[in-house]
Design a protein around this ligand. Structure first.
Ligand code: SF4
Length: 239
């Protein structure tokens, strides 16, 4: 795949095409080091502050203490998520964490589109509250980091360390592609990292309140997202 990326911005030095991860972080630290060496301050981590996010924040802080992090603050997140962000700010004070808000408040969205748009047109709601703000956040960046893992879902199983991102006309760096869910939690426990306390209440994947439910099927950790709707992704990771 990476061979096809040479003409897409500057992929000429991407070294990970046939990379076999062998270190303790399954290649994540090496990829992060390469990414910050390559893109410097033009690299943004779009963090949802889930479990993978805590791992990535810790790994990133070893490479770039003042890394830029953007959180898509839809205005509909759990208080526990905002509490975690405050804790992360205290733990990693040099990180530059931006809470990026949509153009419309939740009330303004309700005035224009009707109440609870997420029930009727969740794709439209995600577009307004997540995709447009990320577009703006990435408009000044060359590349961005995401916590995608290959075993999260079939749609994510072909993710590479470095990906052409047509949706945002950018380069998407995914250091955790070889990590399992158990790897993530082993790292969190071993390093006593902060994490969202909702993870201890059957919420393995946490997004906006209206679109996040407890998970009862332990074989599908994302089954609590948009439960009951014909939707499994917010659209950020689809073309
Ligand atoms: Fe709207 Fe739900 Fe998407 Fe959040 S996850 S932006 S509430 S549709």
């Amino acid at each position: 795949m990476i061979n096809n990326l040479v003409t897409y911005r500057d992929f000429s030095d991407v070294p990970f095409k046939d990379y076999e991860p062998s270190d303790d972080t399954k290649g994540a630290l090496e990829v992060l080091q390469w990414a910050y060496d390559s893109y410097g301050d033009s690299l943004v981590y779009a963090c949802s502050f889930g479990a993978e996010g805590m791992v990535l924040i810790d790994l990133i802080s070893k490479v770039r203490k003042d890394a830029k992090i953007v959180f898509l603050d839809t205005g509909l997140h759990f208080q526990e998520t905002y509490d975690l962000i405050d804790e992360v700010k205290e733990t990693y004070p040099e990180l530059r964490i931006e809470l990026k808000k949509p153009d419309l408040t939740v009330d303004e969205q309700a005035e224009q589109y009707g109440s609870a748009l997420w029930k009727r047109q969740p794709d439209q709601c995600c577009f307004i509250r997540k995709i447009k703000p990320l577009e703006e956040a990435l408009s000044e960046a060359t590349a961005w980091i995401s916590g995608l893992r290959r075993d999260q879902s079939p749609a994510r199983s072909n993710t590479d360390f470095v990906n052409k991102d047509e949706r945002f006309e950018s380069i998407k760096v995914c250091p955790l592609i070889y990590w399992t869910w158990d790897d993530v939690w082993s790292y969190i426990r071993l390093n006593s990292l902060p994490y969202n306390e909702l993870h201890d209440q059957d919420y393995p994947s946490i997004g906006c309140i209206p679109c996040t439910a407890r998970v009862t099927d332990s074989n599908d950790l994302r089954s609590g997202r948009w439960a009951g709707l014909d939707k499994t992704e917010c659209g950020i990771h689809t073309s």
